[in-house]
Design a protein around this ligand. Structure first.
Ligand code: ASP
Length: 358
């Protein structure tokens, strides 16, 4: 009798344990948004005011942001990886002249375009970053190749371009990135710089903080963060940098932890703004670290870093971020930021201006 009962008892216990495990898995999955997908993007932050925007321009920005969001989201919905979704969304914005990334990138003080990009895989914390590119059509694509095929994290300039050619990436002439709008921005910035320096008393010991470009289009970097059905987060950012930057200047975008970061345990983050301050504040990693060490939720951490700490340093800009539960944060301390998301429930929202200006 006892012998006959024993296997039955064991089986019952196993199935009870199995049920408890299944319940626990379901709770965890619900909490972590496993099986659900989300994507958040930005197209740059800056002096973006409704009063300065025509209906036509606003519609063009909204349409492109929606196209980028949907391109990433469809990949996620079909079970694709967050890395693929990030690349798809970023490439749509790189190819659009509306944004300061890829075609439409801003100019250096020398009248050239030098592009930076980075991508990070939150599952492995592997990452790829590229800087100072003049001939690679899609910097974000090269960042991914550096991450997946090279033993390195960051490559710059000619070496990065040679690596792109060796990996059959599409190459273009530097003139491909030219747009009249961005060239005029450079002319205006150079004029302002000349005026500012001629009105300053000469003192070689003083480091004059001349404006890179104080007009509304100084930013315009693009970025995306995605959460796939397997619970993996990826983040990517691509930029032309800042108008009138010195040639050779590298911003925050390809500095892992400054403008781009992803870790499944905390969040994926992509930034836009005055890069020097994002590097000094290690902004993206600071947000993830507050979540990791202090147990803050995404929005608390992102607000503290962008609205308090970055501002105290004198930095302007914003970030978009997504955590493993699918929560989304999009704080910025400028007048506006091109931004949008499709959340875990499939709701889409596209925003441009700051609070009270929408
Ligand atoms: N963060 C970029 C840079 O400093 C500029 C931007 O976001 O528009 O290179």
């Amino acid at each position: 009798m006892k012998r006959a009962l024993f296997p039955f008892l064991i089986l019952s216990m196993l199935s009870l344990a199995g049920c408890m495990q299944a319940d626990a898995d379901q709770t965890l999955a619900a909490e972590l948004a496993i099986g659900k997908t989300a994507i958040v993007i930005h197209g740059g932050a800056g002096t973006i005011l409704k009063a300065n925007m025509t209906d036509e321009t606003e519609a063009a920005y909204r349409a492109k942001l929606e196209e980028a969001l949907r391109a990433g989201h469809v990949i996620l919905e079909e079970g694709g990886a967050s890395l693929d979704a990030v690349i798809a969304a970023v490439q749509i914005m790189e190819e659009s002249e509306l944004f300061n990334a890829g075609k439409g990138a801003v100019f250096t003080s020398e009248g050239t375009n030098e592009l930076d990009a980075a991508i990070m895989d939150g599952a492995t914390r592997n990452s790829g970053a590229v800087a100072g590119l003049k001939r690679v059509k899609s910097p974000i694509a090269l960042a991914r190749v550096v991450m997946e095929k090279s033993p390195h994290v960051m490559m710059i300039g000619m070496g990065a371009e040679t690596y792109a050619e060796d990996n059959n990436l599409e190459m273009v002439e530097n003139s491909y990135f030219y747009t009249e709008r961005r060239f005029r921005s450079l002319q205006r910035a150079l004029e302002r710089e000349a005026e500012a320096s001629s009105s300053l008393p000469f003192d070689a010991s003083v480091q004059y903080d001349l404006p890179l470009s104080p007009n509304g289009d100084k930013f315009g970097t693009v970025g995306a963060v995605a959460l796939d059905a397997d619970g993996n987060i990826a983040a990517g950012t691509s930029t032309g940098g800042m108008t009138n930057k010195k040639f050779g200047r590298v911003g925050d975008v390809p500095v892992i932890g400054a403008g781009t970061y992803a870790d499944n345990r905390t969040a994926g983050i992509s930034a836009t703004g005055h890069g020097e301050y994002f590097i000094r504040g290690v902004v993206a990693y600071d947000i993830a670290s507050r979540m990791d060490y202090a147990g803050e939720d995404l929005n608390t951490a992102a607000d503290a870093v962008v609205m308090d700490k970055l501002g105290e340093l004198g930095g302007t800009g914003g970030i978009v971020a997504l955590d493993r539960t699918g929560a989304i944060a999009m704080p910025f301390n400028t007048e506006g930021m091109y931004r949008g998301y499709i959340d875990v429930d499939g709701n889409m929202e596209i925003l441009i201006y700051g609070p009270g200006d929408e």
